[in-house]
Design a binder for this molecule. Structure first.
Ligand code: NAD
Length: 260
């Protein structure tokens, strides 16, 4: 169903974004990767995906905190691979601190990267999706788009914002072939979370393995991490015909976290 379509996945050089890019490529979509990292490693990743799944894979190093760079990336994807049919707003960062000492520049960065980038990317892809009357917009929110945790003022605010933006875009596209939904993962063991585990181990003077189990168990009744592959499979389903009437939903994939 998505064979030959063009997917742009922000923040796909690592973690969840890479899992989603792999899953879409495996279904035959051509993929534009985005994110930061070592140029040689990213090129090897790009070539590896293209070879394994026999699809076109591009890379754009846009810093998505810059709206002009997002618009340029969407133009580059169109020129290289064809207009964007599937947009996955995935890139995100974290910063933890109590609200009274939260550095204002980290607040601005989290809001720009985790929330405003979704708005700018949606604005950039919408004309072409409307012209084709087909599109899939998938915003990677979080369990923190639905519930809060202490020390995460900017992240929780941004992710709740993503859930709201998702609903508005879904309503505005409700009579078209474009759908917009959010995926709300619980803990996924990626570099973003490994940093929080390492910080916790240091803070509590406990082994990293114990910090890892404590972190996942205190939120997820399953006591197990969600995997990037599982999130990729959900994204593929949202791109299918069967998901055509899933609109404005926030789909939890969180080991039971938000069922409590
Ligand atoms: P990650 O740190 O492994 O990957 C983040 C990706 O975003 C990387 O490719 C990085 O290069 C890219 N990136 C960061 N800043 C960027 C910028 N300014 N411009 C372009 N690219 C940028 O993180 P992850 O855990 O895979 O998280 C991906 C998304 O999933 C984020 O939105 C995160 O909030 C969300 N999420 C993660 C978890 C989790 O437990 N890991 C849970 C829920 C939601």
């Amino acid at each position: 169903m998505i064979k030959g379509k063009t997917a742009l996945v922000t923040g796909s050089t690592s973690g969840i974004g890479l899992g989603i890019a792999r899953a879409l490529a495996a279904e035959g979509a051509n993929v534009m990767l985005n994110g930061f990292g070592d140029a040689g490693a990213i090129d090897a990743l790009r070539r590896g995906l293209a070879e394994e799944f026999k699809v076109k894979v591009g890379f754009n190093d846009a810093d998505i905190s810059r709206p002009a760079a997002i618009h340029a990336m969407v133009r580059a994807a169109a020129a290289e691979l064809g207009g964007v049919d599937i947009l996955v707003n995935n890139a995100g960062i974290q910063h933890t601190a109590p609200v009274e000492t939260f550095p204002p520049e980290r607040w601005d960065a989290v809001i720009a990267i985790n929330l405003s980038s979704n708005f700018h990317a949606i604005q950039a892809v919408m004309p072409e999706m409307k012209r084709r009357n087909w599109g899939r917009i998938i915003n990677i929110a979080s369990a923190h788009g639905l519930v809060a945790s202490a020390q995460k003022a900017a992240y929780v605010t941004a992710k709740h914002g993503v859930v709201g933006l998702t609903k508005v875009v879904a309503l505005e596209t409700a009579t078209t072939g474009i759908t917009c939904n959010a995926i709300c993962p619980g803990w996924v063991l990626t570099p973003l979370v490994q940093k929080q585990i390492d910080d916790r181990a240091a803070r509590e003077s406990i082994p990293v393995e114990k910090a890892k189990l404590d972190l996942v168990s205190e939120k997820q009744p399953s006591h197990e991490f969600v995997t990037p592959g599982e999130i990729g499979a959900l994204a593929v389903f949202l791109c299918s015909d069967a998901a055509a009437q899933i609109r404005g939903a926030s789909l939890s994939i969180d080991g039971g976290w938000t069922a409590q």
